[in-house]
Ligand binder design. Sequence first.
Ligand code: DQA
Length: 148
Amino acid sequence: MKILILNGPNLNMLGQREPAVYGRETLEEIMGRLASEASRLGVEMICEQSNAEGALVRMVQDAVVEGMAGIILNPAAYTHTSIALRDAIKGSGLPCVEVHLSNTHAREVFRHKSLTAGVCIGQIQGFGGYGYVLALQGLYEYLKARPS
Ligand code: DQA
């Protein structure tokens, strides 16, 4: 089972970026912890990060061709703006779990709305980097339970 882990803009700066909001862990450290959980579950994970909306859309499109079973996505700021990413997720037909490190509902009003969450099977937020582990467990159980 192959799962795409897709991280959006500015998440490459984790560790240095607003540590009071996002913590001190780097993206590499967060993905390292996730890799341990993936290997425990017997899942192959492919990690990508881009600051560009079009590149993220393309990676969602390619996930279908590459035979991914599902996607874990932190669209970062594109969560709140990107109809293109929403359409790509919907069009892929792949189950997607949206992750946010912070609890966006406890932050500025413009972060309360997610354009992407409505085309995802679920959303996890507010648990820092551990949210990716929770998302993987949820997606894995969803895929196992789904009739083939
Ligand atoms: C974020 C929340 C977004 O509002 C913000 O633009 C990010 C990170 C999070 O993981 O908490 O870049 O997606």
